[in-house]
Design a protein around this ligand. Structure first.
Ligand code: UD1
Length: 344
């Protein structure tokens, strides 16, 4: 992909070592972009960058988004930068409850700072990672973008900070805020009890442990596969067209499928797929409902589809198959070396 000056289109990706960030970097490199990755490894992992760390069009800086003047410095070194994908954030909702000030600072104030710098530096796109948590607990389903307002009762400082930042980005002449619903796929870290449910279920099912369902399992979520998320980023950055036809998106958009799946349905599909891979069935274990758990979360995804022609392409079953296959090939090997999980 060539910019008007004839050089490679340049993109900054903050949170490049994270689950989604690393997939986005890979895709941008495959499009021929110059990619400058930034991460401070607060929650990202160096090994997520293994696939492209040595790529000639990739540069990495171990820096924090809280550093004033960061974008100016990067632009000084790489004048071809024109789009900023801002993914770096405090991503844990429980952490945000324990650290509200830090969360507001990192997820809202630092986004504001980066956006202001991007505007001053003449960037033509600033794409921000918003969240379904911006809607708080709103019972009107599906959730339309305009439902999140300053009156919304956010259930966590994470949701509040993401809302404030999205609102600001959405008003910027260069900004697009993408409100992601429940993202899943290869490289999602299953290691904490607060990790995404699919990464946890995949991890547990493949080693034959029971899948823990919090509550009755009838709560639902709108699950979106990481490749569809990456495609949404590409469209939002206007990078789907090569050359001078680039038109980055503006505004606030839901990124989701529009279909709710209950946790129980999800568990059953993962049980099946995992059994097909390992030959062993895993059971279900019902645990008390999580405090503050939202009952249903399903988006109206049409605004973004209308704006840029994006539609999710990966069905839940297909996405789960790819995710389990990846977990089987990449994480299970080490677990299975432990006698306790000698399944084969
Ligand atoms: C919430 C936020 C999301 C944020 C994420 C990070 C909303 C709507 N979403 O997602 O923006 O990125 O937290 O933590 O606020 N579950 C089980 N068993 C498990 C794990 C989870 O039953 O082992 C259940 C949970 O109780 C929940 C559902 O699965 O009902 C989804 O949980 P999870 O993947 O953690 O995401 P959310 O809580 O929806």
């Amino acid at each position: 992909m060539r910019s008007e000056e004839g050089g490679l289109a340049g993109c900054v990706v903050t949170g490049a070592a994270g689950f989604v960030g690393s997939h986005l970097v890979e895709r941008l490199l495959s499009l021929g972009c110059l990619v400058v990755g930034v991460d401070n490894f607060f929650s990202g992992h160096r090994e997520n960058m293994d696939a492209f760390a040595e790529h000639p069009a990739f540069r990495f800086y171990e820096r924090s988004i809280s550093e004033k003047g960061l974008l100016r410095e990067l632009k000084g070194w790489h004048p071809g930068l024109t789009v900023c994908f801002h993914l770096a954030a405090i991503v844990s909702v429980p952490y945000s409850v324990d650290h509200p000030e830090e969360t507001l600072h990192m997820n809202h104030k630092c986004t504001h700072q980066l956006l202001a710098e991007a505007e001053e530096l003449g960037f033509d796109g600033f794409v921000f990672a918003g969240s379904a948590a911006e809607y708080g607990e709103d019972e009107r389903l599906p959730l339309f973008e305009e439902y999140a307002t300053s009156q919304t009762h956010h259930l966590s400082p994470y949701g509040r900070a993401k809302y404030l930042a999205s609102r600001q980005v959405g008003k910027s002449p260069i900004g697009a805020a993408l409100r992601f619903f429940n993202i899943y796929g290869p490289r999602q870290d299953p290691s904490s009890q607060y990790s995404g449910v699919i990464s946890r279920f995949a991890d547990m099912a493949l080693v034959g442990k029971p899948l823990t369902i919090f509550g009755d399992g009838l709560q639902s979520r709108d699950f979106i596969y990481v490749a569809d998320v990456v495609e949404a980023y590409i469209r939002a950055g206007g990078l789907q067209n090569s050359g001078s036809g680039r038109v980055p998106a503006r505004g606030v958009y839901n990124i989701a499928t529009g279909t709710g799946t209950t946790i129980l349905e999800l568990a059953r599909v993962i049980q099946d797929l995992s059994c097909a891979l390992t030959g062993h069935a895993s059971s279900l274990s019902f645990q008390p409902q999580r405090q503050g758990d939202i009952r249903h979360s399903v988006a109206a995804p049409h605004a973004f589809q209308k704006a840029v022609g994006w539609t999710p392409a990966v069905s839940l079953r297909k996405g789960l198959t790819l995710t389990l296959r990846w977990a089987f090939d990449n994480t299970l090997g080490s677990v299975c070396r432990h006698e306790e999980f000698n399944l084969f």
